[in-house]
Design a protein around this ligand. Structure first.
Ligand SMILES: *[C@@H]1O[C@H](CO)[C@@H](O)[C@H](O)[C@H]1NC(C)=O
Ligand SMILES: *[C@@H]1O[C@H](CO)[C@@H](O)[C@H](O)[C@H]1NC(C)=O
Ligand SMILES: *[C@@H]1O[C@H](CO)[C@@H](O)[C@H](O)[C@H]1NC(C)=O
Ligand SMILES: *[C@@H]1O[C@H](CO)[C@@H](O)[C@H](O)[C@H]1NC(C)=O
Ligand SMILES: *[C@@H]1O[C@H](CO)[C@@H](O)[C@H](O)[C@H]1NC(C)=O
Ligand SMILES: *[C@@H]1O[C@H](CO)[C@@H](O)[C@H](O)[C@H]1NC(C)=O
Ligand SMILES: *[C@@H]1O[C@H](CO)[C@@H](O)[C@H](O)[C@H]1NC(C)=O
Length: 489
């Protein structure tokens, strides 16, 4: 390491040699170069001494083969895929039994790489299809005010880096109750250069949480990604940094503070969802921002995504649509039935709403507030605009939930949504709530992940068969808009 540093000093001095200088002056330059080398040497030696003595900054030596930049001759240069991600999931022996169900949804034993990091050996009989585990080391010695496990979890990025696995471009952290959408995670990370210092994630939906922590913090439950280059820098300072922030509360807060010591701030991606909300996440997922869905969290604490089903069954259902067209999941399109004066909002693979009035797209893209804030269960504010949801079920839109999906050819799908009337809404007798549609069929071509590389434009929605209702069913097609077309056409 010292040798390579010396060489680079040497090289930079060599580069500053001026061939056109007269001989005497040339000699002077050589003398100056020698002084330069000496300075380099002193700097290297003092650096070596510094790292030998600053034990506080590094209790565990990093293995020799780990460098700040990856060795290009052993690293492939193709596009980023799932194999370039090393997941570091925060778990505990106590919760892993229950929560391993979440990872079963998204963990593919053939292609995913990573570990759940536990405090001790878990009592599990069926480990075969699960994410492999590691036992966290060396975390108990750290001073802390709140919880020792926050230190342990903050160190996962360091421990993952220290494994020195080949061809890792991104270290993706998450909780054992984080549900990832891996194809979309890859789409998002592939936009960024892992050799730059990146800290990518999302903050809390509840303003009270961002005010208390930071808008510049990637909230851990939503998952966040650390580029290889940043992980290498973090690994060097992590332990000293954790000692400095012993009084912090959470693990994500510690990582946030350490990342900021390096001078790096958060790159926000709106598909990461901490889901710091209470109640029903429906409104949010029915009007997702125009970004690939990357993660969901806190699902144990929220109402089931699909009514009258367990959360596990709900997620399994969402994943059936997700697997068919990952880039399109929960993407919103608007259809207008000008004759009936209906506005129809489709959240692909999840839900359809029919409003019996003409609402502007700027309103339709605003989530209905079916939830409250995380900490104080208040009516807001959130980090996005929300529309009030009428408490009168007779005033609410007619809601349809995904029932099943049909693959069409090699690159198309039909998703079928069935009307859902909550028991309460059945009491509405007025004309407001009656609608002859019971079923909506939505056809679409698979959305190319390349779509997300450009500035996204919402896709157009077309009522088929002139909007006629056949057998209580309407047919909608979602497609790319024509250049001059508006989505209200
Ligand atoms: C990079 O890897 C190659 C192949 O393993 C090795 O021969 C070379 O010495 C390495 N270079 C550096 C700078 O580590
Ligand atoms: C990811 O890309 C590398 C080459 O860049 C390749 O060797 C590997 O098989 C790919 N993995 C998957 C799952 O496609
Ligand atoms: C596991 O999940 C079940 C059902 O959700 C719950 O009743 C139980 O308390 C959980 N166990 C633990 C250890 O969290
Ligand atoms: C986890 O999955 C298993 C098998 O699918 C099921 O028996 C168990 O009840 C699930 N546990 C929880 C807490 O959902
Ligand atoms: C993993 O690979 C095996 C063998 O190639 C295959 O049988 C299995 O279906 C694959 N599993 C998944 C989840 O793709
Ligand atoms: C909920 O599910 C039960 C059993 O599957 C069914 O009897 C009931 O009608 C469902 N309720 C609603 C509102 O769909
Ligand atoms: C009408 O829809 C129902 C429910 O999907 C289906 O069972 C039936 O076959 C349909 N009838 C016709 C004529 O398409």
């Amino acid at each position: 390491m010292n040798l390579s540093r010396l060489e680079s000093c040497h090289d930079s001095l060599k580069a500053s040699r001026f061939p056109f200088l007269p001989e005497k002056l040339g000699d002077l330059v050589i003398v100056l170069i020698r002084i330069g080398i000496l300075i380099c040497l002193i700097a290297s030696v003092s650096l070596a001494l510094h790292s030998a003595f600053s034990k506080q900054d590094r209790w565990f030596p990093l293995p020799e083969h780990l460098h700040v930049f990856q060795n290009d001759s052993v690293v492939d240069s193709g596009p980023t895929n799932i194999s370039h991600i090393l997941f570091g999931i925060a778990g505990s022996a106590k919760t892993w039994h229950n929560r391993s169900n979440y990872s079963k949804l998204w963990w593919d034993p053939n292609t995913s790489r990573g570990f759940v990091w536990l405090d001790k050996k878990p009592h599990l009989s069926h480990l075969d299809k699960l994410m492999p585990y590691q036992i966290s080391q060396g975390w108990t010695r750290f001073r802390h005010v709140h919880s020792a496990s926050a230190v342990r979890i903050a160190r996962i990025v360091f421990e993952s880096f220290r494994l020195g696995l080949p061809n890792v471009r991104w270290f993706v952290m998450g909780d054992d109750d984080t549900v990832f959408f891996p194809e979309n995670l890859v789409t998002v990370l592939a936009k960024y250069d892992h050799n730059q210092l990146y800290y990518i994630g999302g903050n809390s939906e509840s303003v009270e949480q961002d005010v208390m922590h930071s808008y510049n913090m990637a909230f851990g439950g939503g998952g966040f990604a650390i580029s290889y280059a940043l992980a290498a820098q973090l690994a060097r300072i992590m332990d000293g940094c954790l000692s400095r922030y012993y009084y912090f509360y959470g693990s994500d807060q510690r990582v946030w503070a350490c990342v900021h010591e390096i001078g790096v701030t958060l790159t926000r991606e709106s598909g990461f969802h901490q889901l710091d909300i209470r109640g029903n996440p429906y409104g949010l997922l029915a009007a997702h921002p125009m970004a690939p869905l990357v993660s969901l969290h806190h699902l144990d604490q929220l109402d089931s995504l699909f009514p009258n089903q367990t959360q596990t069954n709900s997620l399994e259902k969402l994943f059936i649509a997700y697997r068919l067209d990952p880039a399109r999941i929960v993407q919103q399109s608007f259809c207008y039935d000008h004759r009936r004066e209906w506005s129809i909002s489709v959240s692909w693979g999840y839900t359809v709403q029919i409003f019996k009035s003409l609402l502007i797209p700027a309103d339709l893209q605003m989530p209905l507030q079916t939830f409250r804030t995380w900490r104080s269960s208040s009516d807001g504010p959130f980090t996005f605009n929300a529309r009030p949801m009428s408490h009168d079920p007779c005033q609410q839109p007619a809601v349809f939930f995904l029932d099943h999906v049909v693959k069409v050819g090699s690159s198309g799908s039909i998703t079928i949504y069935e009307r859902y009337v909550a028991d309460e809404a059945k009491k509405c007798k007025g004309a407001d709530n009656t609608i002859e549609v019971q079923r909506i069929r939505v056809s679409a071509l698979t959305l190319d992940p390349e779509y997300w590389k450009n500035v996204p434009r919402r896709q157009c929605c077309q009522l088929m068969d002139g909007g006629s209702i056949k057998n209580s069913s309407i047919h909608i097609r979602i497609r790319k808009c024509r250049p001059q077309e508006t989505i209200t056409a």
